[in-house]
Ligand binder design. Structure first.
Ligand code: DAS
Length: 353
């Protein structure tokens, strides 16, 4: 009935259809690579902590985890190749705008950002505040380079792609997938600097991802992504905001020196519940009088700064950072002050985001 040649044609056609259908039922995930340890390379397999960051290109990262193809149709873009401690506001804006453009594409279901772990929490919060999409945006890094024994990058990347391709991860804000855990980009911070369970949220993770499946236990309550008043597509600069650290014997003039850079706000990373040394108070009051916003944060890793407790914030017209650590408070102030607003509006922003 069919000649051997036509049988082969039919078979080839059916195979292509099957592959096409198979690929069509997988989510399309774009991996944006920025550098960090997940792209790092060490001298030998025992070098889990001493290595060169930001070496391996995105295509090699993808090839190194062939299992990615089982859970998503993946493609990569190399946005930067840097250690994340070297990020600037310009890097945040460029990355955010690229993500926003990709999220608008119908052929993109989710986005993974591979990133150094040092400032991953800052980038995650920035994207959470400014990218208007419900599609999953998942940041991922690693604490060991791929060249080390028991490297954590491959499984972290696999997990991040699973979450980014998941419908049940939509609308949860920007996420961070590290060490089998799914954390809110707003809440998570790097709390241990030399272990694979480095990332934690004081209010707990949102869930876990295990063997290709997500398990959710809570959802964010603060404003984010599509529900944010800040829009990366309309953002071309971030306000200059610096952080001054509080400690015993601190010099009163530190904030003054920083403010001379022409900052719009100073984040005071205070001791305890955002305490300010008595010799520093008048310096901050003087900066406030010149129009610099003063935000009281704390360098104590957990809890939140109570308004009018350690300092009369109402009287001084200061703002409290609520539960945000100093580096996240800087991100929020830099975004919020990119548009006009007084200290009452800034405090509202710190309550709502
Ligand atoms: N230097 C660190 C960074 O790029 C390496 C890492 O932990 O990713 O953030």
């Amino acid at each position: 009935m069919f000649s051997p040649f036509s049988r082969k044609l039919v078979l080839a056609g059916l195979t292509a259809l099957a592959l096409g259908a198979h690929a069509a039922d997988k989510p399309n995930v774009v991996i944006l690579a920025t550098g960090g340890t997940i792209a790092g390379a060490g001298a030998g397999t025992v070098n889990s902590a001493s290595y060169q960051s930001a070496k391996v290109p995105v295509d090699k990262l993808i090839v190194s985890v062939p299992e990615l193809g089982n859970v998503a149709s993946v493609r990569g873009e190399q946005v930067f190749q840097i250690a994340s401690e070297s990020f600037t506001n310009a890097h945040l804006l460029q990355l955010g705008k690229r993500i926003s453009a990709l999220a608008k594409q119908k052929d993109v279901d989710g986005i993974v950002v591979t990133h150094g772990t040092d400032t991953l929490e800052e980038t995650a919060f920035f994207l959470n505040l400014t990218v208007h999409t419900d599609k999953p945006i998942v940041l991922v890094g690693s604490m060991r380079p791929g060249t080390a024994m028991s490297a954590d990058g491959s499984l972290n990347l696999y997990n991040a792609v699973v979450v980014a391709g998941s419908a049940d991860a939509q609308g949860k804000g920007v996420l961070v997938a590290m060490n089998d855990q799914i954390d809110a980009g707003r809440d998570v911070s790097k709390s241990i600097n030399i272990k694979t369970n480095a990332f934690a949220s004081q209010w707990g993770p949102l869930g876990m991802v295990v063997e290709g499946r997500n398990y959710w236990f809570r959802a964010p309550v603060k404003r984010h992504t599509s529900n944010s008043e800040f829009d990366i597509d309309k953002l071309d600069r971030l306000a200059e905001v610096e952080i001054v650290y509080g400690y015993g014997n601190v010099a009163a003039a530190n904030a003054q020196v920083l403010a001379e850079r022409g900052v719009q706000a100073i984040i005071h990373a205070g001791t305890g519940n955002g305490s300010v040394a008595d010799r520093v108070v008048p310096v901050l009051q003087g900066l406030r009088a010149k129009g610099v916003q003063i935000v009281r944060a704390a360098h104590v890793p957990a809890g939140f700064v109570l308004r009018n407790a350690e300092q009369p914030d109402d009287k001084y017209d200061w703002v409290v950072a609520h539960d945000l650590n100093p580096q996240k408070a800087r991100i929020l102030a830099a975004v919020a002050l990119s548009q006009p607003g007084d200290s009452k509006n800034l405090q509202r922003v710190f309550w709502e985001y």
